[in-house]
Every structure is written in C-alpha cells, then in structure tokens.
Design a protein around this ligand. Structure first.
Ligand SMILES: [Zn+2]
Length: 485
C-alpha cells in the first residue's frame, strides 16, 4: 500500500479551500482488523480520535473514516483489485447543517444567575434543545458555584490559550480540601466532538440537584438511588469540561469538523493550524524514538489531524490538563470524554497489554524503536494483573450502564485496539505512577460516545448521548468506589 500523496497543485488548493472542502463518512470493510493495518498507518487520513475496527453483524470488521473526495478516489483505486476489502462512502454529507443539534445562542444561564439542570432529574420526555456554546459552558460553572456555595468550587487554570482565553475547572463533593478528590473527568479536547462538555456539566448538575433534594436519578431504563448519588459525590469530582476553547469556538462558528487547537506557530493556514492535544501529553511523546518505524501513533506534520506539537506538553491546554493532577494529588481515576465511536477504552494505548514481564515497560530504553506493533511479541506493555482486572471491570460496568439506558449498544476495549497512540491523555494518567515516583496511581479511560464519525449529533442523538454517558459516569464512579479509592 502506498501513502496517499496529493499532487502539489491539490495541496495548494487545499490550503485555500480547506474550509469549504467536504469530509465524507466512509466505511471500509474487511475480513480482519489486520487488513486495515497499512491503511491506518497513513496519517494523512482522518479516522476520528483513533482508528477502531468495529465488528459487524456478518462477521467482518468495519473501519470508519472521514475523507475528502480525492482521498476516496484514491482509496477506491487502491482496493479495486482486492475483493476482501470494500469501500463505501455515505451519500453527500448533510451532517453539518440539516437535522443537526443547533449551537445555543446567547447565554441560557444568564452569566450564572440561572442554574444548569440535567436530564436525570427530569421527566423521561424532557429534551435539551441545543448544544452549549463556549460562553454557556463557563456560565454553567458559574451557575453551579452560585447555586451550591461551599459545595461547588470553580477556579481559573494557570495557562491562557493561544488565543488568550482563560480555562476553568471545578470541583465538588469532597469539600474545599483539594487533597480529598479522587475522580477527574475532562471533555472538549477535540473541538468537533459536540456535546462532550454538555454530557459532563449536566451530569454534575444532576448529582448536585439530587443530593440537595434527596432524590435519585433516572436515565432511560437506568435508575440510581439518592444513596448512590451521595456516594459518587463524596468521592470528590474534579471537572475540566472545556479543554480546548479556541478549537470549539472555531468549530462552532465554522462547522468545519475542526479537531485540534488553534495554535499557528507550526502552521498558519488551513489544516496546518493547530496541535492534536490528545497526542501532546508526556507519554512516549517522541514516537519516532520510542515506537517501531513501521507505525505512526501520532504525526510530525502540522497539517495532520494527529500533529503532536513541538514538545511534550508544548500546548497551554495540555499544561492546564496536567496542572490538575498537581492541585488534586489524590486523583485515582480519570475519564477523558470524546466522540464518536460507542466505545470505552482502557489502558494501555501504546501496545498490547502483558502482565508477566515488569521490565518490558514504557520506561525501558531497551525497547525503544520496538513498540506499537500490535501483532507481534517483540514488545507488549506491562500492566500489573490486579490493575488490568480493575480497569476492565470499570470499563465493562460503564458499558453496561450505557447500554442499560436502552437506546443503543456500546463496547469496551483496550485503547491500543487496532493501532497504537502516543501522547494520549489516558495513557499519560496511568503512566504517571511509574514515571514520577511518589505520585498516586491513576486509572485512565477514554469514553467515545456517539455513533462512529457522527461528531455533530442530531438533537435526539445529543439527548440520548447525555443520558447514555451520564449512566456510564455513574457506573464508572460506583465501580471506582467499589474497587477502592
Ligand atoms: Zn477525540
């Protein structure tokens, strides 16, 4: 398989036409995940957060991508003589306009004088009409701080974004002592993944309202008691609902399916703008050194959707994310909220897990240049057996909760799945315990809500996503408490 290389003229055209260029959802089917390995090594193609081989009902596997018409033509040519692999693009994409949940206008929380209210405390027929805009995400936090003085605390994170925005985090449930917080959830890292911040903010709003009123929560067919609400809150929840405000402002105004931040230091126009924050964390960041040359867990090219930046934690948004571990040193469980795949991913993401050889690990330079090939036994990432059991239990419980709502199915899988990643937030969370002696062990998860490549949900899907994710967060938190904080 050759790389897709656009002609020079096309490259020039893409720079000026990138905003208008349509990305079409494409489904590639093959008899096994291994059939996709060459394709996913091509980091000029957009497979969403990370490439995932979904099993299909007829025993095959499907890989979802968002591609330009040029890329689709190339793909059809590459596979025209290979009967095992089929390529199917969805008819002209309407996802950016008709039927999609609108972005809120103005500020529904009036600068924080009104309190956000989630779906778990409302009738089953209740619906939220639009996705939160960036101002509303901030005023939702102010509204919660105003409604629950002494119980919900918000604060400004230390690093302003490339475009000068101040990011905000909050904590609730375990009082003012920041050493008592055990759960950390973040959202809005990839700009186009609409509804991520909403899922988190409405869930926390539900917990606080139910705690105050003495009631439980209902998400579709899943119900939770007031005792469970109080238990989850008392674990101490830290939330960073909008990691990438610059990117989200841009995506919401352009409808361009924008993923990265808006840093222009490495590229000033079109697709060359921005860093993929979920390849910028300090975990095997320098993939050219740490991974096999046959895999591309991130990209060194600024025009790639997976551009890793200029150094580990080179981005202000990444630094803000990491700063939370310093302020809350007792965090034990982390969930990064992404879309769209319908999966719960657990550690590790750099290679297949093994629990037999502690020396075969991400810190051991003996294995530099050998990591990331999922089909081999040259390198597999070490995870203590007890940790592997605990994280699988939590991922499976989260999936069961999301399915239990009753609207659709989800699956849990190890993050590496089809292909490795470097510099991801979930692996960074888990790696800290070994990389920085003295810090607590954090189990890292990634939730991929929503249907594959459906970054812009319809209003009905947006509401289903809130209910599904919120039940998932409940089960994840309850399992964390059961495993031990
Ligand atoms: Zn993502």
């Amino acid at each position: 398989m050759k790389q897709f290389v656009p002609a020079a003229a096309v490259v020039a055209l893409q720079v000026t036409a990138s905003l208008a260029e349509e990305l079409l959802p494409v489904q590639i089917r093959a008899p096994s995940p291994a059939h996709f390995s060459d394709l996913v090594a091509n980091n000029t193609l957009d497979f969403g957060c990370r490439p995932i081989a979904h099993p299909t009902s007829d025993g095959k596997f499907e890989l979802q991508a968002l591609l330009t018409r040029d890329q689709i033509s190339w793909l059809h040519g590459e596979y025209s003589s290979d009967e095992a692999i089929t390529v199917q693009e969805t008819a002209l994409d309407k996802r950016q306009t008709s039927g999609k949940a609108p972005i809120g206008t103005g500020d529904r929380f009036s600068g924080g004088s009104l309190t956000p209210s989630g779906l778990g405390t409302k009738a089953s027929t209740a619906s939220i009409a639009s996705i939160l805009n960036v101002d509303e995400i901030n005023s939702a936090l102010t509204g919660l701080a105003n409604a629950y003085p002494g119980a919900f605390f918000k604060y400004n994170l230390p690093y302003t974004t490339f475009q000068g925005r101040t990011s905000v985090a909050a904590y609730t449930g375990a009082g003012p002592d920041t050493s008592k917080y055990r759960l950390y959830l973040s959202a809005g890292m990839h700009a186009r993944e609409r509804g991520g911040p909403d899922n988190l903010l409405y869930w926390v709003s539900d917990l606080l309202a139910a705690n105050k009123s003495g009631s439980g929560l209902t998400y579709g067919k899943k119900t939770y008691t007031n005792a469970q609400v109080k238990s989850v809150l008392s674990a101490g929840i830290v939330l960073f609902p909008l990691v990438n405000p610059d990117g989200v402002v841009y995506d919401q105004s352009s409808g361009s399916l924008w993923r990265k931040n808006r840093n222009t230091r490495s590229g000033s126009s079109g697709a060359s703008v921005g860093v993929d924050l979920n390849r910028n964390f300090n975990f095997l960041w320098n993939f050219r050194k740490f991974f096999s040359s046959s895999v591309s867990p991130a990209s060194t090219s600024p025009s790639s959707e997976a551009f890793y930046g200029t150094a580990p934690e080179s981005e202000q948004e990444t630094k803000n994310h990491v700063s939370i571990y310093d302020k809350f040193p007792g965090i034990k469980w982390f969930m990064d909220i992404h879309s769209a795949a319908g999966t719960i991913l657990y550690s590790w993401g750099d290679d297949v897990n093994q629990s037999t050889d502690p020396k075969m690990n991400f810190l051991n330079s003996t294995y530099d240049g050998k990591r990331g090939v999922t089909g081999d036994s040259v390198y597999k990432e070490y995870i203590p057996a007890a940790d592997a059991t605990a994280i699988k239990r939590a991922a499976d419980a989260t999936v069961a909760g999301m399915k239990g709502v009753g609207s659709r199915s989800y699956v849990s899988q190890q993050a590496v799945g089809l292909y490795p990643t470097s510099g991801a937030s979930d692996d960074y969370a888990f790696s800290r315990f070994w990389a920085e002696p003295g810090v607590s062990k954090v189990y890292g998860f990634t939730m991929e809500f929503g249907y594959s490549t459906n970054f812009y949900p319809t209003t009905a899907e947006f509401n289903n996503n809130i209910r599904d994710t919120n039940a998932g967060f409940m089960e994840w938190a309850l399992t964390a408490i059961a495993v031990g904080l």
